[in-house]
Design a protein around this ligand. Structure first.
Ligand code: HEM
Length: 164
């Protein structure tokens, strides 16, 4: 089975989505305030690396990384479900405007929605070890089981140590 990145086309297609997505985040009055002090080129570069990784099926440490990098936004600026929900709407609109098929858009959105707990720190993840994004596991299952995704993490079947 092809990875999401294969189906998006190429790195250039991914860059177009990220550009449009951020334009929408900045236009949206609900999400805009979070970016007033943010260094946009750096975030975009990090998004690019992260999404490339995720869309190739590489997941180790992602939940921990997202939790850590957004923790101050939750703590100091009240980042919550409403902000996340607007972000998802903006991402979906960007994907559609880039002309991707409804099936691919739905697949990516399912993946993105499943990152909410990590971003908002709803379930504390304490170490890099065993922090395969649960979302990605769910995503694999929803695609028809672990073998549905080409590149899997070798530790995928280890017990989740997140709650230790
Ligand atoms: C699936 C959802 C999301 C993903 C994959 C994601 C991904 C990322 C990544 C990779 C970074 C760079 C982290 C770093 O500097 O190492 C970042 C930073 C950031 N994100 Fe997100 N993000 C998501 C949701 C959100 C939401 C909902 C908001 C707010 C509405 C948000 C606001 C920010 C801001 C303001 C930064 C910069 C933080 C700083 O440098 O102080 N993100 N995000």
């Amino acid at each position: 089975m092809l990875t999401i990145l294969d189906r998006l086309g190429d790195q250039e297609s991914l860059d177009k989505i990220i550009d449009l997505f951020y334009r929408k985040q900045l236009e949206d009055p609900v999400t805009r305030p979070f970016f007033s002090n943010a260094k946009l080129p750096r975030i975009q570069q990090m998004q690019r690396s992260l999404l490339t990784m995720l869309f190739c099926g590489q997941t180790t440490g992602v939940a921990f990384y997202l939790q850590e990098s957004h923790a101050h936004l939750v703590r100091d600026h009240g980042l919550n479900h409403d902000h996340f929900s607007h972000t998802m709407t903006n991402l979906e609109a960007a994907l559609r405007e880039c002309g991707h098929t409804p099936a691919l858009v739905a697949e990516i959105m399912m993946l993105a929605w499943n990152l909410e707990d990590a971003i908002l720190g709803n379930r504390k993840i304490r170490s890099m070890q065993g922090t395969l994004v649960d979302a990605l596991r769910l995503h694999e299952e929803s695609l028809g089981g672990p073998d549905a995704v080409v590149k899997r993490d070798p530790h995928a079947n280890e017990p989740d140590k997140a709650d230790e």
